[in-house]
Design a protein around this ligand. Sequence first.
Ligand SMILES: Nc1nc2c(ncn2[C@@H]2O[C@H](COP(=O)(O)OP(=O)(O)OP(=O)(O)O)[C@@H](O)[C@H]2O)c(=O)[nH]1
Ligand SMILES: [Mg+2]
Length: 490
Amino acid sequence: MVAKNQEEIEIIKQELLRSTYSEENSNSEEQDIGKSSSSDSEEINSFRFPAILLIGNTGVGKSTLGNWLLGYHGDDGPFETKASCDPVTLVPQTALLEINDRKYNLIDTPGLFDVKDDARSDIALTKLANTINHCSYGIQTIIFVVKKSFGKEIDRQIQAIKGFLGEKALDHILIAFTHVNMDQTMDRTVMKKSFNSKMVNFLNKIDNRWIVSPNPDLFTLEDDIVYTNVYEAKDIIESFPEAYTTDMFNRVRRAREEAEEAARIKAQEERLRACEEEISRLRNIAGIRAARNEAENQCFSLDTIVTLEGGKKIEMSEVRVGDKVACVGSNNKVEYSEVYLIAHVDKDKQAEFLKVDYTKPDGTTGCLNLTSEHHLFVNDSFDYARNIRPNDSQIQILYKDELIPVRVTNVSKEIRKGYIGIFTRTGTIIADDVLCSCYSSCPPYQNIIHYIMAPIRFTTLFQKSNYYDSEIHPYLKFLYNNYKTITGAF
Ligand SMILES: Nc1nc2c(ncn2[C@@H]2O[C@H](COP(=O)(O)OP(=O)(O)OP(=O)(O)O)[C@@H](O)[C@H]2O)c(=O)[nH]1
Ligand SMILES: [Mg+2]
């Protein structure tokens, strides 16, 4: 691959001078696509020959290498070169390059990856994509120009190339090192020794297709090594059996766009899911708050057990007006009293209940679920359920047909679905074996509330109530509102 002797080098020199495009030997057909003007190359027609792309970071020496390949001194050819912090080649430039009678469009591109601001980097990529799309005869070689000192970045840059051009592009890549010292430029073996293991691995992967682009400050056209290196480059360019095509590029582009679209949709779905979770969390909180706010007027959990006359035990949800349920009469004895009103019932709404746990004398446990403002018999009188203290408060339970006092072992809060309020003629009820009042919300003056309820007890003697609604019975609502107005006034 490398030219070995002076004679060979002379032949190559002649060959280069012949093959390289110049205005003197160009024909009119080639002129419009040959050595390009600096005008906007995006307007150029599709290239008529396979392309050779010079790509790499800004300022690495792409244009310089292009000039060397075209047979000019690196700093003095058709491609503009300049030592500058700002990008010099701003739009793709083209020149015709002939190697062994085969014509190629040598394309010098704007710098790709080191432009700090993303917008300019995007523009550079868009321009490159546009250029590639003009390469209707495919891309014979992608010359990736890299500063030797930046060799350690090669991984990242190669990943970027793979992402943009696709894996297949690596089969068409030729690495050109720039900013290489004199010894390394003159002797490939010296250069090789300077590679770290990562670089060696990578170069092995691409079949060691690499060359050194001579430093224009150290070498002139008279130096044989310039021709040797240019010859090597051309040899490699010719060695690719087939070109990288626009089809390959567009397949990669479509795949990339699809992947980006899929990632965008996924991100959107994730955002949506997060929103839904947040909404459901807030709904839950709102539901619990609503349940707490309504707790004042609710009474028992629907599955609370009551005992019917005759001993049958049923859930409160099954109780109907006219049923006689266990309660306590004025003589403090267990008796069965008629249910004359179902004050309200709801099977779906959530409510916050207090779960009151107790232990019976035989060691078995029981519990009652009622809302915090409901009244039950605690420590010798009726009181709010919320005033029960575990291990301290005593409640009355029905045990072996008798009411006996037991201590509450635990009180906890539970959100449950559904509730019911049942009124008996005695104003009491034994719920889950616990002696409770039928009343709630107002201060727990059992006798006074019982007295206030007399009118409705009286009317239902003659006309059975068929009220069965989630709203509290209108009479109770009226009483409750009045109570609120009166207490609010003080
Ligand atoms: N030391 C050294 N300088 C070089 C080498 N190659 C090019 N240069 C100099 O680096 C500067 C930039 O070179 P260019 O060829 O314009 O770089 P480029 O990659 O085309 O830059 P942009 O068009 O801006 O992307 C010029 O002054 C060159 O003379 C090299 O191998 N060694
Ligand atoms: Mg340039």
